[in-house]
Ligand binder design. Sequence first.
Ligand SMILES: Nc1ncnc2c1ncn2[C@@H]1O[C@H](COP(=O)(O)OP(=O)(O)OP(=O)(O)O)[C@@H](O)[C@H]1O
Length: 253
Amino acid sequence: MSTTAPALELDGVGLKIGGARILEDVSFGVARGEMVGVIGPNGAGKTTLFNTVSGLLRPTEGTVSMDGRPLGPLPIHRRAAAGLGRTFQTSSLFPGLSVVENVRLAAQARRGGSLSLLRFPRRGDAATAVAMDRLDEVGLTPLAGASAGGLSHGDKRKVEIAMLLATDPSVILLDEPMAGVGSADVPVLSAIIDRMHRETGRTILMVEHHMDVVLGLVDRVAVMHHGRLLAIDTPEAVMADPTVQSAYLGEAV
Ligand SMILES: Nc1ncnc2c1ncn2[C@@H]1O[C@H](COP(=O)(O)OP(=O)(O)OP(=O)(O)O)[C@@H](O)[C@H]1O
């Protein structure tokens, strides 16, 4: 393992499903503390790329590595144990439990425990303290005792982020964090993601359709097109790139 290796690295990643080539020779790294956004026209391969990193799909060529260590065939839960965190889906919240109890379960899982309901609640324990810290980070402290099922969609997404942070991942994968979120909540969630990147120096790979959100948040943008990496550079350089502009021809950029 090299200490200079990127926190997350894709090297020649390809994926064929049946006869169809979905990803081809995708290579890029995300440095420790860097945030990279993945964009591309519809069908470009963003979701598939994300799934090969998270472990949902196994690439048919190439490798995905963390800190220079290839993840190989590690399943999703083993990748999580290795420090690769992805947002929980809204559907993974326990609607009948309070907000803090949901986040506490995630903190407990990180500490080597199971998601056992037998182990909570014990106010004042370490997992609850972690949960309260993470709720503070996403601005949900006032709603800690509220039932998760009654939250707005935007607040549920904040709980998902708090749950992700409670597992203390070294590399964070954000899969369309603004999907389904009302327009009033988009700037709020953007600010939360910005803080979790800039103030705490977390390493983040984010797929997101809201182009303006991506360009405003990330250090670099990876542009996918027809399953290939078309460009990776700063937002300004990527948007000025004629090959990127022509890939988006006919689409609102
Ligand atoms: N299991 C599969 N079998 C065959 N083709 C697939 C499969 N999964 C995805 N594809 C195809 O691969 C291409 C990339 O899909 P993907 O969903 O990764 O793109 P995307 O960039 O996330 O698109 P969108 O912006 O519309 O969400 C598409 O043409 C899609 O139809």
